[in-house]
Design a protein around this ligand. Structure first.
Ligand code: ADE
Length: 290
């Protein structure tokens, strides 16, 4: 739980909200709006606070901005199944940004030859940093005393790269639990100018010790794995609590699963699973973990 300002009122803002807490937060925002709509001197400072609170206010559990040279690659994975439902229900907000938006010159350049020679091309810093700035620097209008200013809301910025830290289940859980806003930078060609990583990236993540053609597939893997841990993303019958690599299963791989029919092409479901003895079933499941 964190405390946030809504309409000048500190409200408990739950990272994983329930319906009633959503309603309470909605009430606080409405209160802020009512304060803002009055011109009394008492309420005007409240409006200044509210406008800031409004920036921080979100009913979305996680926002994810993805920076890519190939936005269309994300159409399939994010518009189907669980991730589509999570977006429709406003549990997660995924925004895809085209890195060519701030490309340079007549030829819309986004990459150039590496200094010092070597094969391939390197993604240039300017188009990337301009896009990151556009996403993260928000001008805030505060009518109080006619002052306006800029507020930088900082997402956790991840660069997908084979040089990064290996993505594991504990790492996925840590990202999901600690961040409400992620910015994922997908590299291409030989990689991005190191100055982008030094100045605008919080961590580099790799999905495995092999090299892919770009960071798009790794970004999809990361989003899928992280989103599953946000309450409300998985349905009632799905759970991230008891599955392979979970704490509950001692970070081991899950036991085998069976469903009807009891016999399939001469292969029978293990007797213990049909026995109805819960203790024995639990023992069997534990023994199957690897
Ligand atoms: N980009 C290319 N290969 C990658 C990998 N294995 N992990 C993350 N990003 C990548």
């Amino acid at each position: 739980m964190v405390w946030r300002l809504y309409g000048g009122v500190f409200c408990p803002f739950y990272r994983h909200k329930t319906g009633s807490i959503r309603a309470w937060n909605a009430f606080a925002v409405l209160f802020g709006f009512l304060c803002a709509s009055t011109s009394s001197l008492y309420f005007r400072p409240t409006f200044a606070l509210w406008s800031y609170g409004g920036q921080a206010c979100s009913f979305i559990d996680m926002r994810i901005d993805i920076l890519t040279l190939f936005p269309k690659m994300f159409e399939g994975p994010f518009t189907e199944s669980i991730l589509r439902r999570a977006q429709e229900e406003k549990v997660i907000d995924i925004r895809i940004h085209d890195l060519r938006k701030f490309s340079i010159g007549k030829y819309k350049q986004v990459d150039d030859k590496p200094y010092g020679g070597g094969a391939g091309m390197v993604m240039m810093a300017e188009p990337i940093v301009q896009l990151i700035d556009e996403i993260t620097v928000t001008p805030v209008e505060t009518p109080y005393h006619g002052v306006s200013s800029s507020v930088v809301h900082k997402p956790h910025r991840i660069y997908l790269s084979p040089r990064g830290e290996r993505l594991t289940q504990p790492k996925v859980e840590q990202i999901s639990a600690n961040h409400e806003w992620l910015l994922l930078l997908c590299g291409h060609y030989e990689g991005v100018d190191q100055r982008v990583i030094d100045g605008w990236i919080d961590e580099e993540i790799s999905i495995g010790d092999y090299v892919l053609t770009g960071g798009e597939l790794p970004a999809m893997v990361l989003v899928d794995a992280v989103a599953r841990h946000i309450p409300g993303v998985l349905g009632k019958d799905e759970s991230a609590a008891e599955e392979s690599f979970s704490v509950k299963l001692d970070r081991k791989k899950e036991y085998p699963l069976y469903t009807r029919p009891e016999v399939f092409r001469d292969m029978k479901v293990p007797d213990v699973l049909l026995s109805g003895h819960h203790k024995e079933i639990e023992k069997w499941k534990k023994a199957q973990l690897r």
